[in-house]
Design a protein around this ligand. Structure first.
Ligand SMILES: [Fe+2]
Length: 165
């Protein structure tokens, strides 16, 4: 089944879903609707876990041959920022309401720490197009495996990811 999965397309679909969820999340925060905001955050958690996992386990290491160690590290730092922001937002929304200051803080975290990921990562797609069939197949298999295991982002960051933040 994984042989037929196109990793570039799959990542692109994920990023568009993330974009839509983030926009809904921003809208909910603007209305200070903590319940909807938390629902959206949980969607991100569910989608982001397997996505980041496949990126870190295969896609980024494979792409490193194009952009080298330093930029590879920057990509991991970008994931760190998303994880930290996700945790902080979950903490705020978990109590069932948000103050004006918290709503502003969440909006800033979404815009500065989370939204940049789909922007950066979609750009990587044009480099994925230059990978070999074998490399693409390895990424496809890793996406498939991570999705089947389905560990949400914050749980993955806590329990499975070697890099701790
Ligand atoms: Fe991505």
């Amino acid at each position: 089944m994984s042989a037929t999965l196109d990793p570039i397309q799959e990542m692109n679909k994920d990023h568009k879903m993330v974009r839509d969820i983030l926009l809904k999340l921003l809208e909910a925060v603007e209305k200070k609707d903590a319940e909807t905001a938390l629902e959206m955050l949980l969607e991100l958690d569910k989608l982001g876990g397997p996505h980041f996992r496949a990126e870190e386990e295969t896609m980024y290491p494979i792409l490193k041959k194009f952009f080298g160690e330093e930029y590879y590290n920057r990509l991991l730092e970008e994931h760190d920022r998303v994880i930290r922001a996700g945790r902080k937002i979950a903490q705020i929304l978990g109590k069932g309401y948000m103050t004006d200051e918290e709503a502003e803080e969440i909006t800033k975290m979404i815009r500065n720490d989370i939204l940049p990921h789909p922007v950066t990562c979609e750009g990587l797609g044009i480099f994925m197009e230059r990978l070999t069939e074998d490399e693409l197949r390895r990424i496809a298999e890793s996406i498939d495996k991570a999705r089947r295991e389905g560990v949400p982002l914050l749980q993955w960051a806590q329990e499975i990811r070697e890099r701790k933040v």
